[in-house]
Design a protein around this ligand. Structure first.
Ligand code: GLN
Length: 482
């Protein structure tokens, strides 16, 4: 086989396929990494999924794995597998910009827990992916390093904020990637780019070394080419961590449960997720997918989550409140960009004005407003109360059904620039994803069809720590029904 064709193909492999090839010595880990870097060189000028690539470090790690294989030792499933990391997650000695000017030259002094776990598993980190600035956005366009583009159609957005992680997987620039999801940022780009994206239960995966956006919502999750890869990555990155007191000790073998029969599984269809505003063609695709579950013996039940109508508003009050507090550290003193000024107050102000983009500053202002005395009770406190009601809604419904199935987004990917001048319309894209973050339950987005040649995402939402169930259903759909 000519080597060009050979290298072009390796980057398309899933984790499992790549692992099998490494074990059989069909190719080396170095060749696998090279195939990804070649693909990046070929496509990324257009797609703009990467902010930093770590070629030398990647080859060093890949060589170690190749040596291990050649010495006849067994390797783990992730050993020697290329992975891309969202640029708000720290990788020691590598730049971590969060897509912001204020951190454009910031180099991470330590590894996030997730990255430590991936490194321990032998994964090959190939680079840091583009994102909406500090993960604030839904389209991948608020990055200081330019917008990421959708590999299915370069005139469309890839979805955000984990835009680069989703686009790099969709463009076969990497085998898999890691993103973060505060209000939908793993699932929405997964949906727009036609890949699998999983947001775990809050507390399943450590947030240590993830730049905090809204700490009570943030979750790190995998973006992959198929469901079993997502299960494997989740297994690898989850677990209790002394650096994140919200993590819990609930290890689980997700891969083992993927193939379970779904006969008798009760699937709830929340009627509020098929409301006005959803593109009728998207609705049709999702409903057709739902019908197919019946073929495997699952039972479809219509359910109601009446508090859903308040999810977006409560998210867009609570999230900026936490954002405003978390962003206080970027003041030009402790790290990152510092504007020139002879006066301390002026330096603070100028640093933030010059270093932070419009969307980030808007959220800091909104958050400061809803937390200020006089408005705290009317906004922040009220939204916290609504948050409790949204949780109660889900608690009730999960007594009736095993999982919920809904669209991930009301539309397919839209045009670049289309919603940039209208933040409220942009926020509406999060309507189906935020409830999982407001409540903390797990949810996955998997491709279920296309509208106008653009991917449609099917969302499966589970009860707390029920990732095994949503992965099981997702796997059955992907392998037996698609
Ligand atoms: N699009 C949502 C927002 O702008 C979600 C962001 C995220 O999950 N990081 O807040």
């Amino acid at each position: 086989m000519c080597s060009f064709v050979f290298t072009i193909m390796l980057n398309k492999l899933s984790i499992k396929e790549a692992h099998d090839g490494l074990v059989k010595k069909d190719f080396t880990s170095v060749e696998l990494a090279k195939a990804c870097f070649d693909s990046i060189r070929e496509k990324d000028e257009q797609v703009n999924a990467f902010i930093t690539i770590t070629e030398d470090k990647a080859y060093q790690q890949a060589e170690l794995v190749d040596k291990k294989i050649n010495s006849g030792k067994e390797i783990g499933l992730l050993e020697g597998i290329p992975i891309a990391i969202k640029d708000n997650i720290l990788v020691k000695d590598v730049k971590a910009t969060a897509g912001s000017k204020i951190l454009a030259n910031y180099v991470a002094p330590y590894n996030s827990t997730v990255v430590n776990k991936l490194k321990k598993a032998g994964a090959v980190i190939i680079g840091k992916t583009n994102l909406d600035e500090f993960a604030m956005g839904g389209s991948g366009e608020t990055s200081n390093f330019g917008p990421t583009k959708n590999p299915h159609d370069l005139t469309k957005v890839p979805g955000g904020s984990s835009s680069g992680s989703a686009a790099s997987v969709a463009a076969d620039e990497t085998v898999c990637a890691i993103g973060s999801d505060t209000g939908g940022s793993v699932r929405l780009p997964a949906s727009f780019c036609g890949v699998v994206g999983l947001k775990p239960t809050y507390g399943r995966v450590s947030r240590h070394g993830l730049m905090a956006m809204a700490s009570s919502f943030d979750a790190i999750g995998p973006l992959t080419k198929n469901v079993s890869d997502a299960a494997l990555l989740l297994e690898t990155i989850s677990g209790i961590d002394k650096f994140d007191s919200t993590t819990v000790d609930r290890k689980f073998n997700f891969t083992e449960h993927l193939k379970r029969d779904i006969k008798g599984m009760k699937i709830g269809i929340p009627k509020e997720y098929f409301s006005k505003g959803i593109d009728p063609q998207v609705e049709k695709q999702v409903k057709e997918a739902v019908k197919k579950f019946e073929l495997l013996g699952a039972q479809i039940v219509e359910v109601s989550l009446p508090m859903t109508k308040y999810a977006l508003s409560s998210y867009y009050i609570l999230m900026p409140a936490e954002v405003s507090s978390n962003m206080a550290r970027y003041d030009g003193v402790r790290y990152g960009y510092r504007a020139d000024s002879g006066n301390l107050l002026e330096m603070y102000l100028k640093t933030r004005r010059e270093g932070l983009g419009e969307e980030v500053r808007r959220r800091i202002m909104l958050g400061t407003y809803v937390l200020s005395s006089g408005y705290y009770d009317a906004y922040y406190k009220k939204a916290q109360q609504v948050r409790a009601l949204i949780k109660q809604d889900l608690d009730k419904v999960f007594k009736l059904v095993d999982v919920l199935v809904a669209p991930t987004s009301p539309t397919v990917a839209y045009g670049l620039g289309e919603k940039m001048d209208d933040p409220l319309t942009m926020y509406l894209s999060d309507i189906f994803t935020v409830s999982a973050n407001v409540s903390g339950v797990p949810a996955i987005s998997i491709p279920c069809g296309k509208v106008n040649d653009l991917p449609v995402g099917l969302q499966i939402i589970g009860n707390y720590f029920d990732e095994a169930k949503i992965l099981n259903l997702a796997y059955q759909f992907e392998n037996n029904l698609k």
